[in-house]
Design a protein around this ligand. Structure first.
Ligand code: PEP
Ligand code: MG
Length: 750
C-alpha cells in the first residue's frame, strides 16, 4: 500500500473522529460524514443506507443525491445494487453501474448520471447494519486501496451506530439495534415475563475505533498478543494432562496466536488509522463472514477458534472481562448463548426470564429454570448478536417466542396474558389444601422437587406433601470449593426444619454429565451422560459420598431420614452404596451422635437395566424413584440435551409406557413404594397417564402441582385406562392423540 494513500486513509479516519466529537445531533453527524467521505475520495456522491427493519434499507444521508430523497428512498434486501451489497455482504465495485445485473434506477435520487459505483456493507462482527456507497460520473473502477479505506470507514460507522452516535434527534433513524425483532425458539419453561436484557457474556464495546498514533497502538497490540500467547501456553500446560480433542483445539489456538499473517493484517489496519481494538475486530469480522460461508466443518471450526481468540484479545485490550461492569437492570432477563446449571444458579431467582441461543429442554440449566418457574425460551437463533444490555424484552414461554424491543401494541397484549396467568394461579391456590383425588376416588400424592434452601418456602404454598427429590448437587454447583461436612449438615438440618414433618428424599450427589464442579478435575469423556457420573463417582472415590452421608445422618438427629442414590444400574451398585450408608450410621453411633429415628434408603431408577433387575433388588430397596429424564434418554438412545433427537420420542410412546407399567407392576408385586420424579411428572397429560398406569406418587417442580392436581381432580382414571388400552390395541405409536381427543370430549371449563 502506498504511503501516500495510507496517510489519506488515516486522515479520513481522523476527520471522521473529529466529526464525531462535535456536539451535533445524529442526522447532522451523518450529513457531515457523507460530505467528508465524498471529498476525501474525490467522488460526487457518498450515501449511507441503514436498515429500517430486517429487510428494508433506507437512505439516511447523502452527499450528491437529491436531499429530498433522504428518509424517503427505501429498498428491499437484494433489490438494486445497494440491496445486493446488503444481502450478500460483499463489496460491489463497478465502473459501469447501469449495466450491472440488478441495477435499479431511482428517479427521486437523480442517480442516473453516475456511472461508477462502490458499495460496502456496514457491519460489525458479521452483524449487518447498512451499506455505504460512493458514486462518480466518470467511469472509474475504485482501487483496492480505496475499497479498503471504505471498508475501514464502514466498520467505524458500524461501531458508532452501535454506540448510538446517530440516534437521538430523529425517530426515522432506526437501525436494527433499535428496531423490534421477533425470535421463534423452543419452549424451555412455560410462563410469560417482561423485563430488560442482561447479557451473560456481553460483547466487548469498542469506544475508540480511530487512532492517530499508530506507534502507540502497535505497542498496545503487541503487548496484548504477548499476553494472549502466554495464556494459551498456560492453557496448554494445564491441558497436557488431558488427551485428544482438547489439546488439538489449544494447539490450533497457539497456531493462530503466533500467526504472522494475522498479525500483519492487524498491523496494516493500525497503520491505516484504526485503534488496536478496531483492528482486531476488523479481522474478526472478516473471519465471521468467512465462517458463515464455509461449507467445510473443519474450516468452520478453525474460524471459530480464531473468533474465540479474537474475543480474548479484545478483552485484554479493553480490560473488559466477562464482567463488564454492566449493572443488572430491574426485572433482568438473561440472554446467553448457552449456560451451565452452576452459572445459572449463581444468578439466582432474581431473573425474570431466560433466553438461550442454544440450550436444550433436558439440560440441568432448564431444570433449574423450571424449578424456579422462570419463563425460558431456548434456540432463539441470533438473540445474542441482536440484543443489547437494557433492551426491553418479552419472553413468551408458552409459544417459545421472544419479542425484543417490542412495539407498544405487542407489549399491552402481552401484559394481558401475564394477568390471565396470574388469575389461573389464583385458581390453583384455591385447591391447594384439597387432595389430588381423581373422580374415580384414587388419590395420588404429589411432591415437589427441590435443591436449594430457597426452594423450601414453596413447600406449603404449592400444596406439596413433601420433597420427592432433593437434588443435593445444586449446593455443590453454586460454590467455588467443596463444601465442608459441618456446612452440609447444618444446611440439611435447615431443610428438614423447613419441611417440618413432611418427608424429604435427599438424593446423594449426582455430578458428571452436564453438572460439572469447577473445583474438581474435569473429565474429558466422549459421552459424559453415560460416563463417570453420579453413584459411579461416589463408589470409586467414596470420600465425598461418605462425608455427605454423615452430614445427612447428623442433620436428621433423631428425625426420620430418607436417602436415595442416583443412577444405580445394577444390584451390586445399590448394595455397595447401602453398605456405605450402614457404615456411616455405625460410625456416627460409635461417635455418640443421635441417629435418625427411622431410615429409608432407596434408589433412583434411571437406566432401563434396573427395570429388569433380579427380584431381590426390589426387596432390598426401601423405595424406588423413577428418574424419567435419564430413563427416557437411555430407553430411546436419544440425548436429553440434543433438541434434534429429544423431541422425536414422545413420553407417551406406548413402548415407554409399557416400561413404566412393568416397573409399577414389579414394585406392586414386591410391595416397593415407587414414585416418578422426572420432569414429565409435572406435565398434566403425562401425569394423568402415569396415574392411570398405577403410579400413586409423583414429584415435580412446585409450580406444576396446581395444574396437575386440577387436572387429576377432574378426571376418571379408569376412563383414561380405557383410552390407553384402546390405543395399545389399535397399535398406536403414542397415546397422546387419543388422550387429546379424550380431553376434548370432557366438559371442562376453566
Ligand atoms: C431424572 O433423570 O429424571 C432425574 C430426576 O434426575 P436429573 O434430572 O437430576 O438427572
Ligand atoms: Mg437423572
Amino acid at each position: 500500500m502506498a504511503d501516500g494513500f495510507e496517510s489519506e486513509s488515516r486522515k479520513l479516519l481522523g476527520r471522521l473522529r473529529d466529526a464525531m466529537a462535535e456536539d451535533a445531533a445524529g442526522q447532522a453527524r451523518l450529513d457531515k460524514i457523507v460530505q467528508l467521505i465524498a471529498t476525501s475520495m474525490g467522488t460526487e456522491v457518498c450515501s449511507i443506507y441503514l436498515f429500517r427493519d430486517a429487510d428494508t434499507l433506507e437512505l439516511c444521508a447523502t452527499e450528491g443525491l437529491m436531499a429530498e430523497a433522504v428518509h424517503q428512498t427505501r429498498m428491499k434486501l437484494g433489490e438494486g445494487l445497494v440491496g445486493r451489497v446488503a444481502r450478500t455482504r460483499r463489496v460491489i465495485n463497478t465502473a459501469d453501474a447501469p449495466s450491472q445485473r440488478g441495477f435499479r434506477y431511482m428517479p427521486e435520487t437523480g442517480e442516473e448520471r453516475y456511472s461508477s459505483f462502490c458499495g460496502v456493507p456496514i457491519q460489525r462482527l458479521g452483524d449487518a447494519l447498512g451499506v455505504l456507497v460512493v458514486q462518480s460520473k466518470d467511469k472509474r473502477q475504485f482501487t483496492p486501496d480505496e475499497v479498503y479505506a471504505l471498508e475501514v470507514v464502514a466498520m467505524v460507522l458500524a461501531e458508532m451506530t452501535e454506540l448510538g452516535a446517530f440516534t437521538g434527534d430523529s425517530a426515522a433513524l432506526k437501525v436494527p439495534h433499535q428496531a423490534a425483532v421477533l425470535f421463534r425458539g423452543v419452549v424451555g419453561q412455560e410462563g410469560a415475563a417482561e423485563g430488560r436484557v442482561y447479557l451473560h457474556d456481553p460483547r466487548v464495546v469498542v469506544t475508540n475505533p480511530i487512532s492517530d498514533d499508530p506507534e502507540a497502538e502497535l505497542t498496545r497490540l503487541n503487548a496484548a498478543v504477548d499476553q494472549l500467547r502466554v495464556s494459551v501456553d498456560e492453557m496448554l500446560a494445564i491441558g497436557s494432562s488431558q488427551d485428544g480433542d482438547h489439546i488439538a483445539v489449544l494447539e490450533a489456538y497457539r497456531l493462530f496466536a503466533n500467526s504472522r499473517s494475522w498479525m500483519r493484517r492487524m498491523e496494516e489496519d493500525i497503520q491505516n488509522g484504526l485503534s488496536a481494538e478496531a483492528a482486531v475486530e476488523k479481522e474478526q469480522g472478516l473471519a465471521r463472514t468467512r465462517m458463515a460461508r464455509a461449507a467445510d466443518p473443519y474450516l468452520r471450526d478453525r474460524l471459530h477458534d480464531l473468533d474465540d481468540l479474537s474475543n480474548r484479545l479484545l478483552r485484554i485490550l479493553t480490560g473488559q472481562g466477562t464482567e463488564t461492569g454492566a449493572e443488572m437492570p430491574d426485572n433482568p432477563v438473561l440472554v446467553a448463548r448457552n449456560i451451565g446449571p452452576g452459572e445459572l444458579l449463581e444468578y439466582g431467582r432474581q431473573l425474570k426470564g431466560i433466553i438461550l441461543e442454544e440450550g436444550s429442554v433436558g439440560s440441568h440449566a432448564a431444570i433449574v429454570a423450571r424449578a424456579w418457574a422462570i419463563p425460558m425460551v431456548i434456540r432463539a437463533t441470533g438473540i445474542t448478536t441482536q440484543a443489547l444490555n437494557g433492551d426491553t424484552v418479552l419472553v413468551d414461554g408458552e409459544q417459545g417466542v421472544v419479542h425484543l424491543r417490542p412495539e407498544d401494541a405487542v407489549k399491552s397484549a402481552f401484559r394481558d396474558k401475564i394477568a390471565m396467568q396470574a388469575r389461573a394461579q389464583e385458581r390453583y391456590a384455591s385447591i391447594r389444601d384439597l387432595p389430588a383425588q381423581a373422580k374415580c376416588g384414587t388419590v395420588i400424592s404429589l411432591h415437589m422437587n427441590a435443591g436449594l434452601m430457597a426452594d423450601l418456602p414453596s413447600l406449603p404454598s404449592s400444596g406439596a406433601e413433601g420433597v420427592g427429590l432433593f437434588r443435593t448437587e445444586l449446593q455443590f454447583l453454586i460454590r467455588n470449593q467443596m463444601p465442608k461436612r459441618a456446612e452440609l449438615s447444618a444446611l440439611y438440618a435447615r431443610v428438614m426444619d423447613a419441611a417440618g414433618d413432611k418427608r424429604v428424599a435427599f438424593r446423594t450427589l449426582d455430578i458428571g454429565s452436564d453438572k460439572v464442579l469447577s473445583y474438581m478435575t474435569p473429565q474429558d469423556e466422549p459421552n459424559p451422560a453415560m460416563g463417570w457420573r453420579a453413584i459411579r463417582v461416589g463408589l470409586d472415590k467414596p470420600g465425598v459420598l461418605r462425608m455427605q452421608l454423615q452430614a445427612l445422618i447428623r442433620a436428621a438427629r433423631g428425625r426420620p431420614l430418607c436417602v436415595m442414590f442416583p443412577f444405580i444400574a445394577q444390584l451390586e451398585e445399590f448394595r455397595a452404596a447401602r453398605k456405605e450408608f450402614d457404615k456411616a450410621m455405625e460410625r456416627e453411633r460409635i461417635l455418640g451422635h443421635v441417629l435418625p429415628e427411622t431410615v429409608e434408603v432407596g434408589a433412583m431408577l434411571e437406566t432401563p437395566s434396573l427395570a429388569f433387575a433380579p427380584e431381590i433388588f426390589f426387596d432390598e430397596v426401601d423405595f424406588l424413584s423413577i428418574g424419567g429424564n435419564d430413563l427416557k434418554q437411555f430407553f430411546f438412545a436419544a440425548d436429553r440435551e440434543n433438541e434434534k433427537v429429544r423431541r422425536r420420542y414422545d413420553t407417551l410412546n406406548v413402548s415407554f409406557l409399557n416400561l413404566i407399567e412393568q416397573i409399577v407392576d414389579r414394585c406392586d408385586a414386591t410391595n416397593t413404594p415407587v414414585s416418578f420424579c422426572g420432569e414429565d411428572a409435572g406435565r398434566p397429560v403425562e401425569a394423568l397417564v402415569f396415574a392411570a398406569l398405577g403410579l400413586r406418587s409423583l414429584s415435580m417442580r412446585p409450580a406444576s402441582i396446581g395444574p396437575v392436581k386440577h387436572m387429576l381432580r377432574r378426571s376418571d382414571l379408569t376412563e383414561i385406562r380405557g383410552v390407553l388400552e384402546d390405543a395399545r390395541a389399535a397399535g398406536a405409536q403414542s397415546v397422546r392423540p387419543a388422550m387429546l381427543e379424550w380431553m376434548k370430549d370432557q366438559d371442562w371449563s376453566f
